[in-house]
Ligand binder design. Structure first.
Ligand SMILES: C=C(OP(=O)(O)O)C(=O)O
Ligand SMILES: [Mg+2]
Length: 571
């Protein structure tokens, strides 16, 4: 509809990146302030003790600043800042800085070098750790600014609404974004699972990451950001700007009117659930959802030396079940290993950690971590003062035997009568034998983030292969079809809780493939609800067949876009 009203400006360069937060915006660019640079000449250190103390104080003041800001926030945002503060307080980092000073470096130089060495280690470790290298770079820049008396690097404040352009965004920046001023985010770096993406989605901001041309964008240049297509049009034609603006307004108005449980236009129920982690359970419960489809319990385990006790875990789960009384809460057991390493769950050196001891496999090496967690979930599920529909599921299950083993462990812990027991389908082996997995469990939930990486043999934390990780890949859809089919035949529920569920058009395809629940970050729910309400179950199946038959994700998306209801494609 509106897309035909204005032709794109043929001379306007269009930069490509990874679509990382849906929606669009047109506004002038404001670039993130450059990090402080050290003077060419390093001063001579005369008092080593004083210099060490200055370096220490700078790191502490950075940590205190992060903690202070975390205290004003809650949920995922606060957790991200507190984790970063912990890095600034890391005793080993401090020791290395002091050693560098002892060897003659001035404080700011010692901070730069020690952080640099740490960053190299994180980058070499890959996965989740590599993504934290940006957090450490931010700590370095802040501490150096403190030591040199320079302005703190950080967000621009041009005094008008803008598109924020940066090399990459540290969590400390992303959580401070004023969404009345920042209309969209564009970064040169960042992969599909980076903090920037997760936080941009939780703020509901359009975002394009991994945009190679972002460094050519200068302050004040007008850009049109399309967070669905992953494009940034520079100096767009007046028509384009108008179109994106009207589309954003239309989207806001339409979506704020959509509420209630998920239904296709002919009344077939599709549960709309939330992906949740750390945060206030009452706040999570305030979203218009039918419950939680994925509780990532790693937040209870990360950044600590010892695992949480059974009592500690029970308290957290109980609070959540109470807040969601009458609704579903799906607790995923600990997904440790690979991109989520834990100090107390060492699994030995691995050349390919994503193919190693992770997810449910961790229980082979550390069985008590899982049994304690199941005991805590069972204790919380038994609490009499909640009516939540409790579900428990294991990540990274690959075989029917593993599904059977997990179900037995859950029953032994006492969950047989108080919860539904399921497993995640995240590796092709599990998708191929989904019917046999379903002989042992009540439900399955497809983790499309991991299923994409294992289907396409492309590391999900790598920004370099976004096309292969595109959830519209027909091979991925074909595996989901297989799982949907198995669920239909066994009359069991099949959920999707990966990022794929957050794309309204793809959600229609997933429902057509037999998916019965969709779990996403809260801001994505209303668009998915709206899309469902405009299509019958049979229409969803028609779209699924079109998507499956395409040869590429681009074709798949385009064909479905053309065949879907215009009210939805114009959103
Ligand atoms: C939901 C998923 O799990 P996570 O992103 O936590 O690995 C997934 O892999 O799609
Ligand atoms: Mg996963």
């Amino acid at each position: 509809m509106e897309q035909t009203e204005s032709a794109p400006n043929p001379t306007a360069p269009v930069l490509k990146g990874i679509a990382a937060g849906p929606g669009g915006a047109v506004a002038p660019v404001a670039r993130m302030a450059a990090p402080p640079s050290l003077p060419e000449r390093e001063p001579e250190v005369t008092d080593t003790v004083e210099e060490q103390s200055a370096a220490r104080e700078a790191l502490f003041s950075v940590a205190a600043d992060l903690e202070g800001r975390a205290a004003e926030l809650d949920g995922e945002a606060a957790a991200v800042l507190n984790a970063q503060a912990l890095m600034a307080r890391d005793p080993e980092l401090r020791r290395q800085v002091e050693e560098d000073v002892q060897n003659g470096s001035a404080a700011a130089w010692a901070v730069r070098d020690a952080c640099g060495r740490y960053q190299d280690l994180l980058l070499a470790a890959g996965g989740y750790l590599a993504e934290r290298a940006a957090d450490l770079g931010d700590i370095r820049d802040r501490a150096v600014a403190v030591l040199l008396g320079l302005p703190m690097p950080g967000l621009p404040d041009p005094g008008h609404p803008h598109v924020l352009v940066a090399e990459d965004l540290a969590p400390a920046d992303t959580v401070r974004l004023d969404t009345s001023q920042v209309l969209a985010i564009v970064t040169r770096l960042g992969g599909p699972t980076s903090h920037t993406v997760i936080l941009a989605r939780s703020l509901g901001l359009p975002a394009v990451v991994g945009c190679a041309g972002a460094d050519t964008l200068t302050d004040g240049t007008t850009v049109a950001v399309d967070g669905d297509a992953g494009t940034v049009e520079v100096d767009p034609a007046p028509g384009t700007a108008e179109r994106v603006r009207r589309r954003a307004e239309h989207r806001r108005a339409v979506l704020s009117a959509a509420s209630g449980p998920g239904r296709t236009s002919d009344g077939v129920a599709v549960s709309l659930l939330l992906n949740a982690g750390e945060g206030d359970p009452d706040e999570a419960a305030a979203h218009d959802s039918e419950g939680i489809g994925l509780l990532r319990t790693e937040f209870l385990f990360l950044d600590r030396a010892e695992p949480p006790t059974i009592a500690e875990q029970t308290e957290v789960y109980t609070r959540l079940f109470r807040a969601f009384t009458g609704r579903t809460v799906t607790v995923r057991t600990l997904d440790a290993g690979s991109d989520k390493p834990l100090a107390f769950a060492e699994t030995g050196p691995e050349d390919n950690p994503a193919l190693g001891v992770r997810g449910f496999r961790t229980a082979r090496v550390h069985p008590t971590l899982l049994s304690d967690q199941l005991t805590a979930i069972a204790a919380a599920a038994r609490e009499p003062d909640h009516q939540a529909r409790v579900r428990v599921m294991a990540p990274m299950v690959s075989t029917p035997a593993e599904a059977e083993e997990f179900a037995a462990l859950a029953r032994t812990a006492g969950l047989g009568t108080t919860a539904e027991i399921g497993v995640m389908v995240e590796v092709p082996a599990a998708a191929l034998l989904a019917d046999r997995l379903l002989n042992h469990v009540d439900f399955v939930s497809i983790g499309t983030n991991d299923l994409a990486q294992y289907t396409m043999a492309a590391d999900r934390t790598l920004g370099a292969l976004p096309d292969l990780l595109d959830p519209w890949q027909p091979a991925l859809l074909s595996l989901i079809d297989k799982v949907g089919d198995a669920g239909r035949r066994a009359d069991r529920s099949v959920g999707v809780c990966g990022e794929a569920a957050a794309d309204p058009l793809l959600a229609l395809v997933l429902v057509g493939l037999g998916v019965t629940s969709l779990s996403t970050a809260p801001p994505a729910l209303s668009a998915v609800r709206f899309a469902l309400a405009h299509h019958s179950k049979a229409e969803c199946r028609g779209l699924a067949e079109l998507a499956l038959a395409a040869d590429s994700p681009e074709r798949s998306r385009e064909i479905v876009r053309r065949a879907a209801h215009p009210e939805v494609t114009d959103l």
